[in-house]
Design a binder for this molecule. Sequence first.
Ligand code: SF4
Length: 71
Amino acid sequence: MFKFLKIIFFGIKDIIRIKKRNNKKYTAKERIEICEFCNHFKPKTRQCGICWCFMDIKTKIKNKSCPEDKW
Ligand code: SF4
């Protein structure tokens, strides 16, 4: 249940952030590279340790963003 609420929370946070987004744009390849060097990244499952999204998928979705504002 907590995990579900966390996913909803970060989804809403993403939507708010999109509206405030500045001009920095990264390609999906650049995004995944940033994740791979991030200490929250779980290499075994390739998930983010904060939002628990699967980063190989999330980084390819244009309007998604990093919960830590790294991309
Ligand atoms: S989405 Fe952000 S916080 Fe999560 S692993 Fe990638 S760079 Fe790190």
